[in-house]
Write a protein that binds this ligand. Sequence first.
Ligand code: HEM
Length: 171
Amino acid sequence: MAEQTKDQNTEDLIDPISEMPGFDQTESRIAIHGHPIHAMSVAFPVALTFCVLGADAIYWWTGDVFWARAALWAAGTGFLFGMLAGVSGTAELLLVPGIRARAPAWTHFIIAVTLLALLGANWGYRLFGYEDAVLPYGILLSGLCVLVVSFTGWHGGKLVFDYQLGTSKGN
Ligand code: HEM
C-alpha cells in the first residue's frame, strides 16, 4: 500500500524545466539547409589544438625552429576558429528555446569558454617569442588545451547524442 502511494507520488512529480515554453524545440537554427554550422565548424579548433601539442613535441625532439613556428600558427588559427565555433554555438544556445532551457547546454558553454581562454593564452604567450615559449610553459599549456578540448568535444557530443540537441526531427 505504502509502495503504491510512493509510486503515485513519483508519477505526480513534474520537472518544472520540461514545462517551460518551447522545451521540445531543439532543432538547430544556425544551419545551412538543415546542416548545423556549429557541428561543422568544431572540427577545426579540435584538430588544430592537437596539432599545437604535436608541433611542440616535435620541436622538443628535433630543435628545428620550423616546428615552433608551426605551433604558433596552429595555436593562432585554432583560437580564431574556436571563436567562430563559439559564436555559432552561442547563437544556437540563445536562439533555440529547448537548448536554452537545458542545464547541460550551459555546462557545455562554460567548459567551451574556459577552452577558448586557454587557446587564446597559448597563442598570445607565443607572440612574444615563439621559440622560447615552447619549453616548458608552451607545451604544458598545449597539453592542458588538449585535455580541455577533449572534454569539450565529448560533452558537445553528449548534447547531440544523449539529448538530441541541434538535431533534425526528420520531418
Ligand atoms: C562557446 C560557446 C559554445 C556554445 C554555447 C556551444 C553550444 C553547443 C550546442 C548547443 C551544441 C549542440 C548541437 C547544436 O546545437 O549545434 C554543441 C555541440 C558541440 N559542441 Fe559546442 N558550443 C560552444 C563552443 C564549442 C567549442 C569551442 C567546441 C570545441 C572546440 C565545441 C564542441 C562541440 C562539439 C564537438 C559538439 C557536438 C557536435 C556534433 O556531434 O554534431 N563547442 N555545442
